[in-house]
Design a protein. Sequence first.
Length: 298
Amino acid sequence: MPEKGLPVFLDYDQAALDAAYDQAAYAPDREQLIQRRIRDSQLARRRTGEPERVAYGSAEIERLDIYRTGRHAAPVFVFIHGGAWRSGRSQDFAGPAEMFLAAGAHYVVPDFAWVQDAGGSLLVLADQVRRAVAWVYENIARFGGDPNRLYLGGQSSGGHLAAVALTTDWARDFSLPTDIVKGGLCISGMYDLTPVRLSARNAYVKFDDATVAALSPIRHLGRLQAPLIVAYGTCETPEFQRQNREFAAAVKAAGKEVQLLVGEHYNHFELPETLGNPHGLLGRAALDLMRDALGIPR
């Protein structure tokens, strides 16, 4: 066993901290699960039909996929995909669409830039996600959705970006109501970028003090208007587990409504597979979050 180096964060030396922000170090089946998600998304699109792909901005990547249920004035669930901020496309996160459509909700997945194509700036990605959410609120009625029943979720780096959107000052920044999002589902996200900046992710993300301050949602809980579900798996890296536990605790301490959901025996790539199953851990949680909007009896 190599000798432990000097601590760089908590009791982690550099190698341990790098591993704690690298899911491959804790999920040996990562590639299998990614390929399964992509294949499951292909099959889901065959069954639901291809989504309507609509621009929310002027850049080529600024498009979102709208999977429409048959219900008029339907609730809307917007999902922000993961991929370490540097990979993933909306079409490969179609799997949960079937569950939401069957429950009577639209399912929307935005595309946004990969950080390496944005000069390493997470601010670009955060701006795109915020603008995508604002676009959905302002335009979804044209597609049969109800902007007043808008819910937002995300996983991994998408969980981070979803939390950034959930802690946005919509009135100040977009001249929209402060409570445009009615509920949030943050899955295995990062909410304090301080330790992430110290990890190997610093090789492809240009972290600076301003970025860490602006895009650490745990620092902006005063702006949070929506009830939250925060979820993680017990087979994830220790830092992803800690980040989600401490974020949920901070939300509760701020007097906001939050539920911490722990997926026993799930790793980082297994847990989101349950989002597409109404009886799965995350699928059940998402439908419960939207219960009143969907008209599900209590």
